[in-house]
Design a binder for this molecule. Structure first.
Ligand SMILES: Cc1cc2nc3c(=O)[nH]c(=O)nc-3n(C[C@H](O)[C@H](O)[C@H](O)COP(=O)(O)OP(=O)(O)OC[C@H]3O[C@@H](n4cnc5c(N)ncnc54)[C@H](O)[C@@H]3O)c2cc1C
Length: 372
């Protein structure tokens, strides 16, 4: 049986970061993934992710977002790859009804409050001021906007690839297409059951994203919802240039968490990637419907884009399915598995985790090494 000091199950955003930091320790470290990351089956694909420092989801996450930006900037210089584009970020609130997002009402006010209390440079604008600077957003006159220059976008696939490459250079081993079926404690070790083999590890990190429920006790599984998300790339009108240098944007326009859109500056000069959020519980990631109908695109255009976002044609160049793993309070969970001493799990961060993933991976690696 293969023996290692530390095994990481799942090498997406969090697992690849943890593996990278663990690989610096000189311990025998092994990363396993059911696919070949970065891939299109989990929660970390689709070209770009927003990063922002005033994290309206909770002040406790600000330091993770800040540290992750530092780590990515370090990796940029080390590898000469562009991982982070600090293009700034705008948060808009239509001001019509109280707008809740990611576990609570008043997301706009929470964001501004956190920016103030954590001394994060920012501006707040009335609707007219926003439209003067960024006419692509037809915010209602009742609306308000928050601008954070330190926000921006990151490239998740590149980040995962680089974290895994560097981990391998440091001596970590990676096994792809190696789904772990289960784990159990055996004396002072942990046994990982794969399809045709077993691995013995002293410590295990389970960072399996949307598959996390496969490792949880039955009674804990209802705490995590797997929610299907759809990303759309919408064609820009000929000659419309406002998406070239645009900040990333988020816009809440109603009471329901689904009354929300976000988007990015164009990456290809032809389209803008935009999405909303869905908090409907769907199914296990292996059974997720990954096809997108014309009807879904029509609904997105009619209910979310038309009349709000200018300079786009009702033409979808492509759409992709991704998945959130959501808790009701939108918080992350990091904990020891009660039934398997030495095994730690991290949940997939309720749809806002990428911006924290590098720092979270670093912290998890530190905790595991401390316990070894
Ligand atoms: C559409 C969308 C938009 C988002 N936008 C943002 C954003 O703008 N900003 C932001 O901060 N966050 C955003 N998020 C959230 C963020 O992307 C996720 O929180 C984060 O990527 C989750 O990372 P993870 O490592 O937990 O999961 P993943 O990256 O999915 O990794 C889990 C890995 O575990 C592997 N695995 C699963 N089961 C097993 C097993 N049994 N054995 C071996 N391997 C296994 C999987 O193959 C996968 O590679 C978004 C998410 C989605 C879906």
């Amino acid at each position: 049986m293969k023996k290692v000091d530390i095994a990481v199950i799942g090498l997406g955003a969090v697992g690849s970061a943890a593996l990278f930091f663990l690989s610096k320790s000189g311990k025998k470290v092994l990363g396993l993934d059911r696919f070949d990351p970065p891939h299109f089956m989990g929660s970390s694909h689709g070209e770009t992710r927003i990063t922002r420092l005033a994290v309206g989801e909770g002040k406790e996450y600000v330091s993770y977002a800040k540290r992750s930006q530092e780590i990515w900037k370090g990796l940029e210089s080390e590898t000469q790859n562009r991982l982070f584009n600090p293009c700034g970020g705008i948060l808009m609130d239509s001001g019509i009804t109280p707008w809740g997002k990611h576990g609570g009402d008043g997301f706009f006010e929470k964001t501004v409050g956190i920016a103030k209390s954590c001394s994060i440079p920012h501006s707040t604008w009335k609707s007219g001021e926003l439209k003067e600077k960024y006419p692509q957003f037809q915010l209602e006159d009742s609306g308000k906007a928050y601008f954070e220059p330190s926000a921006g976008l990151v490239y998740p696939d590149r980040i995962i690839r680089i974290q895994l490459e560097l981990a391998q250079q440091n001596g970590a081993e990676i096994k792809v297409y190696a789904p772990v079926k289960s784990i159990y404690a055996k004396q002072d070790s942990i046994i990982l059951e794969l399809k045709e083999s077993q691995i013995e590890a002293k410590r295990v990190l389970i960072s399996a994203g949307g598959w996390i429920k496969d490792f949880l006790a039955k009674e804990e599984r209802p705490d995590y919802k797997i929610c299907r998300q759809v990303l759309h790339w919408i064609e820009i009108e000929d000659g419309y240039s406002h998406y070239n240098e645009s900040p990333v944007f988020m816009w809440g326009f109603g009471r329901k968490p689904e009354d929300f859109i976000y988007g990015f500056p164009t990456q290809d000069g032809k389209s803008v990637k935009m999405a909303s959020e869905s908090f409907l519980e769907t199914t296990h990631p292996n059974n997720m419907d990954r096809s997108i109908s014309k009807k879904e695109q029509e609904i997105f255009w009619n209910e979310k884009v038309e009349g709000r976002i200018c300079g786009l044609k009702n033409q979808f160049l492509k759409s992709e399915v991704c998945l959130y793993t959501v808790r009701n309070d939108s918080k992350f969970v990091v904990k020891q598995l009660p039934t398997v001493p030495g095994a730690m799990m991290v949940s997939a961060c309720s749809g806002h985790g990428f911006k924290h993933s590098a720092a979270l991976g670093e912290e998890l690696a530190g905790r595991i090494l401390f316990s070894c």
